[in-house]
Design a protein around this ligand. Structure first.
Ligand code: ACO
Length: 329
């Protein structure tokens, strides 16, 4: 049975940096090849910020596009939730910087840390706050400058990530459109499969810790891959089952864009044909929490999602965390 949605997407927006970093560019930095990267990940290029661009700049640009698209003024927003692990600073929350940049002075603003699951975690929190606490217009953003924590000497990780931001404006549901169901999960016992050990209170940013590259991404790629396929498959199964939706009722599946092989493995488990699976990992790499909202905006603006379509989303990230959702646009 389909749940009655409380919140629907009124508008979407995105911002990706102009600067392109290709696989051939990376061949000049580390011992890798265009062929290896495409074969193992599906990534051909990614976007990276110029020095001086802040996360709140990228996220605010995506938010302005989403507000324009929704026809909603910044002052009408009463809630801003940003999913990110690469905020402007350790504190205050980057969502507060965005509130200021947008002039959204009536909004409560905070960040959510769930790595690549950050956007769907934020969407779930926003829809629950709208259903239970009277918020009416929310801005939900996923944005990352992951290249700020990449070790450019580590070929296992530096080829995977890119920068970007995506945003949606939520308002009260009409005509049964909106967020039908979400499922979230976490498993902290696997935290050290994918983590950034530096800069926090355990390993403060001392010169020794910086020299040991503790402030960069550390990842056990093979294990992460295995967990990603299992967790995304289970999360998808759960959300469809609990919402009473069959895979073939989905107009489009938007999976987290980490690796084409993970995307294909998940789609195959549900017998979803390639033309119903959104892919942009070839152009943008893994933009973590930004990956799903960027894909939503691209899909809407290119006509791949129309009002009334049922769209599934599923993600996986550090934590470990995972999340899935079904939305009627
Ligand atoms: N270029 C060339 N060779 C490489 C590179 C590279 N960039 N990176 C690793 N290799 C080598 C390895 O050293 C290894 O060599 P060896 O056999 O001589 O030891 C060989 O390629 C195979 O390495 P594997 O790690 O076994 O390669 P695998 O097929 O597992 O692919 C990858 C690695 C792409 C990282 C894969 O494991 C993966 O995608 N994992 C999931 C990563 C991910 O999605 N992370 C993020 C999810 S959560 C989030 O989004 C934050």
């Amino acid at each position: 049975m389909l749940n009655t949605p409380h919140a629907m997407i009124l508008g979407t927006g995105r911002c990706v940096p102009e600067k392109v970093l290709t696989n051939s560019d990376l061949e000049k930095i580390v011992d890798t090849s265009d062929h290896w990267i495409i074969a193992r990940t599906g990534i051909r290029e990614r976007r990276i910020v110029e020095p001086g661009t802040s996360l709140s700049d990228l996220a605010s640009a995506a938010a302005v596009n989403a507000l324009d698209d929704a026809g909603v003024k910044a002052e009408e927003i009463d809630l801003i939730i940003l999913g990110t692990v690469t905020g402007d600073m350790k504190f205050p929350a980057t969502a507060c910087m965005i509130q200021d940049k947008l002039g959204a002075r009536n909004a409560v603003a905070f960040d959510v840390s769930a790595a690549c699951s950050g956007f769907l975690f934020s969407l779930r929190i926003a829809s629950a706050m709208m259903a239970a606490a009277g918020y009416r217009r929310a801005l939900v953003i996923g944005a990352e400058i992951l290249t700020s924590m990449v070790n450019w000497q580590d070929r296992d990780t530096c080829v995977l990530f890119g920068d970007g931001a995506g945003a949606v404006v939520l308002g009260p549901s009409v005509d049964n459109r909106g967020i039908i169901h979400c499922c979230l999960g976490s498993d902290g016992s696997c935290a050290k499969l994918l983590y950034n050990p530096g800069c926090g209170s355990i390993n403060p940013p001392t010169p020794e810790n910086a020299a040991a590259q503790l402030h960069t991404i550390h990842m056990a790629g093979k294990e992460v891959f295995r967990h990603a396929v299992t967790a995304m498959t289970n999360a998808m199964q759960q959300v469809l089952q609990e919402a009473g939706i069959a895979p073939d009722q989905l107009h489009l599946l938007i999976p987290h864009q980490a690796n084409l092989r993970i995307i294909e493995a998940v789609a195959k488990r549900f017998d979803i044909p390639a033309e119903k699976v959104y892919v942009n990992v070839d152009r943008l790499g893994n933009t973590s929490s930004a990956s799903i909202p960027i894909a939503i905006d691209e899909a809407r603006r290119s006509g791949k999602i129309a009002p009334g379509n049922l769209v599934g989303m599923v993600t996986f990230g550090a934590g470990l965390t995972w999340a899935s959702s079904v939305i009627r646009f």
